[in-house]
Write a protein that binds this ligand. Structure first.
Ligand SMILES: [Zn+2]
Ligand SMILES: [Zn+2]
Length: 889
């Protein structure tokens, strides 16, 4: 048997595909020819994706590589289908993340941001962006992304600054942005407020301490429980439920604060849960959102006992001032213990504690001056409705439910960030107490004309600008051609971790400002984890760099592997072996193409398939299977099942085209008449060219490089997507050739089972139905060659059974005389001994597994292993029995 890989080099096609030589060269050509440039209003159908903008601080990671591969495959197919595609790229200024890296750089120079001042820190931010913002673009290009780089945007570029201001002012004027004093989520490490969505709740081991407040009149006491005992330094009251009989007598009295000596009222409030702890709670309005509300209702004093770094402030008794929150927690507890006021200590007490999604510090619920909020009540209804009535579809669909639930529970959005890097809030204050929002920088107060104005020092949450991304990048608030042509965009592809932070907010703002959804389909991808399923983290040392994969295996192989593994939007345990398989796949196609190019011997490419009567049965089979593959690839790409598409095209090219199509064609290519050679070569060229177009969205580079060798047109990037050819399906050819494949496979399996070398020629007789006999005769030389038979006898009568193996293929029997092939007694003895071993194994495993003691006491993993062993042995037993049967009785 000859294999395609053994053929000598053909012209300028080396025997191994070199991705490093190919990828950069084609990418530059594509850019030069402007294939990725979109022309709004061209008369073609618009198709648009806006890229989830990666942070300027970052480098391309596996998560980006996955999302980008998905988007590029979708976009490239649409481009080939003739849509006017726009894949709009960009980067995000990433408020906190960027300010943190800039401050870290400053720290190396011994500079603190407050010394430097706002203006110069922002300058340093821009310098950082100029220096590193381009890096991630280069990395995206290495992956082969077909973005329109002329339209590259940045969330702080001029147009987007204006978009942010217009959006803010409009919401403000509509009463949907307001300024309020509320408890917010405060990160003492980053010294900024965070929205609810930026807080991650983690089960944390803490303590629950119950301590005692004495009634001021000495008539008794009230016990309260807390996990943050240091906050009692700011307690202005104790609260109980109004209908709680246990405390009815003390409501209206006061308790005495053990450190300050102040008298604190006992108030009754509906919000208190009588079932929690003692039924009485301490009230800390400056450090808890519920307590803040109690404070408002009862006119309680607000005492903020923590500063911005979560150290005890001057509002607390002197002895605790300046202490870190954790040190204060220990010291307050110690002091109360000494006073004999600690009633109970539960430790560890596991409860959910909010952590900063950036730096993982514990979040402090904190009252921090006045902050700006977006009122969400009027925005969330339409966003929910858009999903429910299918104007926005989630893929997979299971993400719709959490999205709707999230909207239902959504509270007003705190958009103030106590940072300098970002969009400064466009609100100005005058000395006479007026404040107003403005799109342009004002010179005087809108109410009194005073020119001494001060802008709000805070910046907006990063997500405030990125929520406008699908229309701000197209030119909004101006009425641009891009905006009219491409909005609503078509598809959004993103990881589930920003479904709420970003996707939901884009839908709310798109509906509000553009009066239409921002995109039709939301494709949610999983996270790329390490091979064992753990998150990739620098600290775990398990991070895989996509550039490293691209360098070693090529961008095609990396993209192919990511899509191959991304089934059903699940998290991906990343396996480098699959990338290596992707590289081998590219090489396999390369070699198939080499063979076909050589066989065509310089013939010009013909876009049409040779006439039906010229086609041999294997050709008709191959053309039929290609149409089946085209249908599956097309259908799965249309419904965003990228992994299924990758599997379908791989199966066709690797197995049906290379292993069967090419192998059956070889005798005609090498030993056939000139007409036979030409017909076989042009069918293969036609099939391969079409397959390359089907594969192009997933593996753009190797497909372009090979497509060029067929001289089929200018570039595969702008070649048409293969149209359906239902007439190519040929069930008869598939059944007939399928029978030949089964025969070959049966003989190959026989060789493997009994250790018969490929080089040893076998004789075979097939006993089959009349139709099968016709097929076997027609394909005799192909079957002989592929199965390594010296003769295939299609006699119709069974031979003597002694000394003859009997195989089954598609209902037909295949007889192989064993004289000179196998020593029947030796082979039978070998199989019988192995069968006896396997049966002993089965008995042992089965008795263990029926033993209740073993099953209930052994570790689950051990029981599982035993079960797997039994399954494996049972399978082998069946195979051995069949192999013995084949050898005759
Ligand atoms: Zn933080
Ligand atoms: Zn004024």
């Amino acid at each position: 048997m000859r294999h395609i890989d053994e053929r000598p080099a053909v012209g300028d096609m080396p025997s191994t595909y070199d991705h490093a030589d190919t990828e950069g060269r084609w990418y530059r050509t594509w850019l030069e020819r402007g294939y990725f440039r979109a022309r709004a209003g061209s008369g073609r159908r618009p198709f648009c994706i806006v890229i989830p903008p990666p942070n300027v601080t970052g480098a391309l990671h596996m998560g980006h590589a996955l999302g980008d591969s998905v988007q590029d495959a979708i976009v490239r197919r649409k481009r080939m289908q003739g849509s006017e595609t726009l894949w709009l790229p960009g980067t995000d200024h990433a408020g906190i993340a960027t300010q943190v890296v800039v401050e870290r750089e400053l720290a190396k120079e011994g500079i603190e941001r407050r010394q430097l001042g706002r203006e110069r820190l922002v300058e340093r931010g821009w310098q950082w962006k100029e220096q590193y913002g381009g890096r991630i673009v280069e990395q995206m290009q290495a992956l082969g992304l077909s973005c329109d780089w002329d339209r590259l945007r940045f969330t702080m570029d001029e147009g987007l600054v204006r978009a942010v201001r217009v959006a803010f002012v409009r919401l403000y004027e509509e009463g949907l942005i307001y300024r309020g004093e509320r408890i917010i989520n405060w990160c003492p490490q980053d010294t900024t407020a965070l929205s609810d969505s930026e807080v991650e709740y983690e089960e944390t081991e803490g303590e629950l301490v119950t301590f005692r407040y004495d009634l001021s009149d000495g008539s008794g006491h009230v016990d309260v429980a807390t996990t943050r005992i240091e906050t009692m330094l700011g307690d202005p009251a104790v609260a109980v439920h109004p209908s709680d009989d246990r405390y009815a007598a003390v409501v209206g009295k006061t308790v005495r604060h053990p450190f300050t000596g102040e008298d604190l009222p006992i108030v009754a409030d509906e919000v208190v849960d009588p079932a929690f702890g003692t039924g009485a709670v301490k009230v800390t309005p400056a450090h808890d959102p519920t307590d803040f509300e109690i404070g408002q209702r009862h006119g309680l004093a607000i005492r903020n006992i923590l500063d911005a770094h979560a150290r005890i402030s001057d509002a607390a008794p002197e002895r605790f001032r300046g202490l870190d929150r954790y040190a204060a927690r220990a010291l307050v507890l110690e002091a109360l213990r000494e006073m004999g006021r600690v009633v109970r200590e539960e430790r560890p007490y596991v409860h959910a504690v909010g952590h900063c999604y950036r730096c993982d510090s514990e979040i402090e619920p904190w009252l921090s001056g006045k902050q700006w909020f977006v009122a969400v009540d009027r925005l969330k209804g339409p966003a929910k409705q858009a999903a429910l009535d299918g104007r926005v579809r989630f893929r997979p669909e299971r993400w719709q439910r959490p999205y709707v639930q999230w909207l239902d529970n959504l509270r007003d959005w705190n958009i103030s960030r106590q940072l300098w890097w970002g969009h400064q809030i466009p609100v100005w204050y005058c000395p006479n107490g007026h404040l107003f929002a403005s799109v342009e920088d004002p010179t005087s107060c809108q109410e009194c004309g005073d020119t001494d104005l001060e802008q709000d020092p805070d910046v907006l949450d990063t997500w405030f600008s990125s929520q406008l991304w699908p229309f701000s990048t197209l030119g909004w608030p101006e009425d641009t051609e891009d905006l009219r042509f491409y909005y609503p965009t078509s598809v959004l592809v993103t990881g589930y971790e920003i479904l709420y932070l970003w996707v939901a907010r884009m839908i709310m703002s798109g509906l509000h400002f553009m009066e239409d959804v921002p995109f039709r389909d939301v494709v949610i991808t999983g996270l790329v984890r390490d091979r064992r399923g753990r998150p990739m983290h620098k600290s775990s040392g398990n991070v895989i760099d996509p550039l490293d994969m691209i360098g070693r295996y090529g961008a095609d192989a990396t993209r192919f592997a990511l899509l191959w593994m991304a089934t059903g939007g699940q998290d991906i345990p990343f396996n480098e072996d699959v990338v290596e398989s992707g590289r081998r796949f590219a090489n396999k196609i390369w070699n198939a193409a080499r063979l076909v190019v050589q066989a065509r011997d310089g013939d010009a490419f013909e876009a049409a398939l040779p006439a039906d009567d010229v086609l041999a049965l294997p050709d008709r089979w191959l053309v039929s299977r290609l149409e089946a593959c085209r249908d599956e690839v097309d259908r799965t790409l249309e419904t965003f099942q990228l992994s299924e598409a990758a599997h379908a095209i791989h199966r066709f090219i690797w197995s049906e085209l290379c292993d069967w199509g090419l192998e059956t064609a070889k005798p005609r290519l090498y030993d056939g008449s000139p007409e036979e050679r030409r017909a076989a070569a042009s069918v293969l060229a036609w099939v391969l060219e079409r397959s390359l177009r089907l594969l192009h969205p997933i593996m753009p580079f190797v497909t372009e490089e090979l497509w060029q060798r067929f001289g089929a047109g200018e570039s595969i990037v702008v070649a048409p997507w293969p149209e359906p050819r239902p007439g190519d399906r040929d069930e008869r050819a598939e059944a007939d050739f399928g029978f030949a494949m089964e025969l070959v496979t049966a003989v190959r399996r026989f060789r493997k089972a009994h250790g018969v070398r490929d080089s040893m020629s076998l004789r075979a007789r097939v006993v089959a139905s009349p139709a099968q006999r016709v097929t076997a005769k027609a394909l005799r030389s192909e079957i002989e060659r592929l199965a390594g038979l010296s003769t295939l006898d299609v006699a119709g009568e069974a031979p003597e059974s002694v000394g003859t193996a009997r195989l089954v293929a598609d209902g037909a029997a295949v007889f192989i005389p064993l004289a000179g092939v196998l020593d029947l007694d030796v082979e039978r003895g070998r199989l019988e001994r192995r069968l006896a071993d396997v049966e002993r194994l089965i008995t042992r495993a089965a008795s263990k597994l029926t033993n209740d003691d073993f099953v209930s006491k052994a570790p689950a993993a051990v029981v599982e292993q035993e079960r797997a062993r039994l399954d494996e042995a049972t399978r082998e037993q069946a195979a051995l029995a069949e192999q013995l049967g084949e050898l005759g009785t």
